[in-house]
Design a protein around this ligand. Structure first.
Ligand code: GCU
Length: 617
């Protein structure tokens, strides 16, 4: 199950914790995740939804704080019943249809001034009529993401709940659906919690709401639920993978795989669990690459169902301190990006948002983006796949979370599982990052090592990393190194460093040297400094564009001295909102480390990095 060579269970009492972590069930009631919803027949539920702000969760609990949904008869006060007075003397103290509205997808913070800082529960409601195209079909309700905890009800029935603000989930509603007046109600709670993933403090805005698309997906009774195809790094003519069917007839079922451009047309048979392993060879494959992001039209057909996808085949691996793409060394010319819309502001969620961000990255000379610190929307990854942009995706295990809490681990494991499920067929994604800037300790390293093992089990075809922290080498402050047990587990040694911003002035970089003892590729996952666009002055005056420019010049020189340097993703492409950044007239709620301002203007440092990347072969 896990590559024992990498992970050694400790000899002490925490063996119990280790064993416990191995078997904690995932905390949500959803059905197995439907993948490739891009190419499945669907009906959008996006649009204008009604909402009720409920800081006291009055629609969820009675005054004794007992959850209505746990009552035999929840009664009309339960908001998920969408109750209406049946006579003038009836007492009902809420009415969704008379309530204000919000756009879905979208965060509530940037849609309503009064909700800008709101963290708590908010109810959403929409109504719809729906008749399946075929009455034997099944129907699923799919959410691209809801931040943070979603309790979902349809026609007064609880479908389930999902925790985690950045990954998709779905529920089967075939039995609950009716032709007319379905009412879908969610309680969305974006309260930050200590044992959550992420935990209480982050350096990004805690946008709440139905932040990504909502849709109905229709399938045949037995359908193609999941599949994975990837190039075998050990044999570049071999494609491996599997297909999983879902439904009463999924056992011993013929599954036809066709890739016309590769003259592949093979039929596999599922086992009695509805799964078939896939292996076939193809001599004349064009590998997906940055220069030529070739994706093949792939179609899967079962007796009833048919599904197509656009899949690129490429191998990604390391050899000592080299990163190999299709067997050739590659340098990752990257930039870090937060999922904020450069067009509207607020949480990004559209193809338009993705296109703006990735076009700026391309203009910067990038072949790589670090999507920080959580899974971004699928548009971003699908577009990167099309554009030939390599991608780092990250699980929101950020700073100091509750390493010893099995529930916290289950939350992290579930979000990672959902991320890998959604994006595993995207050739552009080359790195799964387990975490960012987490304090070294044994429970932390066990936690992260467990996640890394889970990722390798789910996907043997990609590299594992995490944004680690650097420290002084043997007490020598001008000699920096990576002293971290988790550095033994990762494939790529990535770390953040802020010499010249949080640590001294830019010139300090001139006296810094690095001792990297791990014989692995090095990627600088963050460096940078703040600048208010349009503010000018001498190069040692904080917040001026000249300071940021000078910092980039010195940092690039310093980092280029690292022998195994094979990539970087400076912090960050665009200024972004953060509740931790309050300096008036400079920050005003924005982290100003962007190379582009929040209104799309490039700062001087943008051109320093652009020149550096364009000078790199
Ligand atoms: C950290 C962190 C980022 C943060 C950045 C900063 O390294 O990973 O999330 O925004 O530094 O301080 O600007």
């Amino acid at each position: 199950m896990f590559p024992t060579s990498k992970i050694k269970p400790p000899g002490n009492g925490s063996l119990f914790l280790w064993m416990l972590l191995l078997c904690i069930p995932v905390i949500n009631a959803q059905d197995s995740l439907l993948i490739n919803t891009y190419n499945r027949p669907s009906t959008s539920l996006n649009g204008v939804w009604n909402y009720i702000v409920d800081p006291y969760e009055n629609g969820f609990y009675n005054y004794r704080l007992e959850a209505f949904e746990d009552q035999e008869d929840p009664g009309q006060n339960a908001f998920f019943t969408n109750a209406k007075p049946s006579s003038p003397s009836d007492l009902i103290e809420y009415d969704f249809d008379l309530a204000d509205s919000l756009l879905v997808p979208g965060d509530w913070n940037t849609q309503k001034e009064k909700l800008f800082y709101y963290e708590g529960s908010l109810w959403y409601k929409t109504s719809f009529d729906y008749t399946p195209a075929n009455l034997t079909n099944r129907t699923f309700l799919y959410f691209g993401a809801v931040n943070y905890q979603a309790d979902v009800y349809l026609n007064g029935q609880k479908l389930g709940k999902h925790i985690g603000g950045f990954t998709p989930f779905n529920f089967e509603i075939t039995q609950i659906l009716r032709p007319r007046d379905n009412f879908l109600i969610l309680k969305v709670d974006n309260k930050r919690v200590k044992d959550g993933v992420p935990t209480l403090n982050t350096d990004w805005w805690n946008y709440g709401g139905l932040t990504r698309e909502v849709k109905l997906i229709e399938t045949t009774a037995t359908f193609i639920a999941d599949y994975f195809l990837y190039l075998d790094a050990a044999n570049l003519e071999q494609i491996k993978g599997y297909v999983q069917l879902n439904g009463p007839a999924s056992g011993n079922h013929p599954l036809r795989l066709q890739i016309p451009e590769l003259s592949v047309d093979t039929t596999f048979f599922t086992n009695n669990l509805g799964r078939t392993e896939i292996t076939f060879t193809s001599e004349n494959m064009a590998y997906w690459s940055v220069e030529d992001p070739k994706r093949y039209q792939v179609s899967f057909s079962s007796r009833e169902d048919q599904l197509t996808d656009q899949i690129g085949f490429r191998s990604i691996s390391t050899r000592e301190d080299d990163i190999l793409l299709n067997g050739e060394p590659v340098f990752l010319k990257g930039i870090s990006i937060h999922e904020e819309s450069p067009v509207r502001g607020g949480r990004g969620n559209s193809m338009e948002d993705a296109r703006q961000l990735l076009s700026w990255a391309k203009e910067l000379g990038c072949n790589f983006v670090r999507l920080a610190h959580y899974p971004h929307n699928e548009h971003m990854v699908r577009l990167a796949d099309e554009m030939g942009m390599l991608v780092w995706e990250e699980n929101p295990v950020y700073w100091t979370i509750s390493w010893d809490n099995p529930e916290t681990y289950a939350l992290a494991a579930n979000q990672l599982t959902e991320l890998i499920a959604r994006d595993k067929n995207r050739a552009c994604v080359i790195i799964w990052s387990m975490a960012n800037e987490t304090p070294t300790s044994e429970p932390r390293t066990e936690f992260l090592s467990k996640l890394a093992a889970l990722a390798r089990t789910k996907d043997p075809s990609r590299l594992i990393s995490a944004a680690l922290e650097q420290s002084a080498y043997q007490g020598e402050s001008n000699v920096r190194t990576i002293h971290d047990a988790f550095a033994e587990v990762v494939d790529i040694l990535s770390f953040n460093q802020y010499i010249g911003w949080y640590d001294g002035l830019p010139e300090k970089a001139q006296n810094i040297s690095w001792v990297i003892e791990q014989n692995k590729p090095v990627l600088i996952s963050e460096f940078g400094g703040g600048a208010k666009q349009g503010l000018h002055g001498d190069k040692n005056t904080r917040w001026t564009e000249e300071y940021q420019e000078y910092l980039y010049e010195e940092s690039l020189k310093m980092l280029s001295s690292i022998k195994g340097l094979r990539g970087m993703s400076p912090w960050i492409l665009v200024d972004f909102r953060s509740p931790r950044r309050m300096l008036p007239k400079i920050q005003d709620g924005w982290n100003r480390k962007g190379l582009i301002s929040d209104d799309g203007k490039k700062k001087k440092a943008f051109f320093v990095l652009q020149q550096f990347y364009n000078s790199k072969d």
